[in-house]
Design a protein around this ligand. Structure first.
Ligand SMILES: [Zn+2]
Length: 306
């Protein structure tokens, strides 16, 4: 009967190669592999210890991009290097199929940093970054909002079903189970954070505006407005003023950055510090997203619940 197999059913269980999915960043890997199960091969383009802000494509990455049946990216300007790579592949082979999980998520994107309101003159002028190359570039860190994660999983399951219809039911069943875990993650975050007496926080780089807005945290500022660019003394003075005025009780570092500056700031201001994970690096595992978000919830609870 093999002669009747269509292209799609080449991927049927046991009869052909499994679809190769290439994700860009660890949260997307985590969602994609939770939905894929054993029906597809999911790989992540970025090594587990390299975040999207620092990443540079290597020649071997171009090969992986060419070989993928589906590339899953964040979008919103986070993966400029991917757009370039796909451009350079054009004409040499079939263009790879790309899903940006932010497709269809146009509502309420955040374009500006809250910290800009403090003192525009204190804004660093050197360096540039995807966040604020211009004011119309949205902040890309949507994955820290579990409601966004649910949207991304819907996009993923639709794409998986389309490239591998023979296993559509399996993908759907795993996606449905994962969606209910995301719903309970959201419920736990909301119930805890609602009860915090103090909701003012300062984070290291500009990664938490969507998370803060979702759960009513008051993100009063960030330490490094431009990732990897040392903030100026003037900027830090403005930030310190705001931390005192708003009664901020904790400044958060991130595992991807050197905590020295935050440690010094917290000592100078007599404010606690702790680590929140932006989930830009970490182990490539299906449970990575939930584990990281729940670890962050534990940290927030420890620092702000009383
Ligand atoms: Zn970031």
């Amino acid at each position: 009967m093999a002669c009747f197999l269509g292209v799609a059913s080449l991927y049927s269980a046991g009869t052909g190669p499994k679809p190769r999915i290439l994700t860009t960043i660890t949260p997307i890997f985590s969602w994609a592999s939770a939905v894929a199960g054993t029906n597809a091969i999911v790989e992540n383009l970025l090594p587990a210890d390299v975040g999207p802000h620092a990443f540079q494509l290597r020649p071997s990455d171009l090969r992986r991009i060419r070989q993928a049946d589906l590339i899953v990216a964040n979008g919103l300007g986070l993966e400029d290097w991917l757009d370039k790579a796909i451009g350079s592949n054009r004409g040499r082979s079939k263009a790879p199929r790309v899903l940006r999980v932010t497709e269809g998520w146009n509502l309420q994107l955040i374009h500006r940093l809250p910290i800009l309101e403090i003192d525009p003159a204190a804004k660093p002028t050197d360096g540039h970054h995807h966040h604020d190359d211009d004011d119309s570039t949205p902040n890309p860190h949507v994955w820290l909002d579990p409601w966004f994660a649910r949207h991304a999983v819907s996009n993923l399951v639709a794409a998986f079903r389309a490239i591998d219809p023979a296993n559509a039911d399996s993908y759907q069943a795993r996606a449905d189970a994962y969606q209910s875990r995301l719903a309970s993650l959201d419920r736990d975050l909301r119930e805890s954070i609602d009860r915090f007496p103090s909701k003012s926080i300062v984070t290291y780089h500009d990664a938490f505006p969507y998370f803060a807005r979702r759960y009513g945290l008051d993100l009063v500022g960030v330490v490094e407005e431009v990732p990897s660019v040392e903030p100026s003394p003037r900027y830090l003075a403005s930030l310190s003023k705001v931390i005192r005025a708003r009664g901020v009780r904790v400044i958060f570092t991130e595992p991807q950055f050197d905590p020295r500056l935050v440690r010094q700031l917290s000592k100078d201001l007599g404010v606690a510090f702790a680590e929140l994970d932006v989930l830009e690096t970490g182990p490539l595992a299906p449970s990575f997203y939930e584990d990281g978000m729940r670890r962050n919830l534990g940290t927030l609870r420890a620092m702000l619940a009383k």
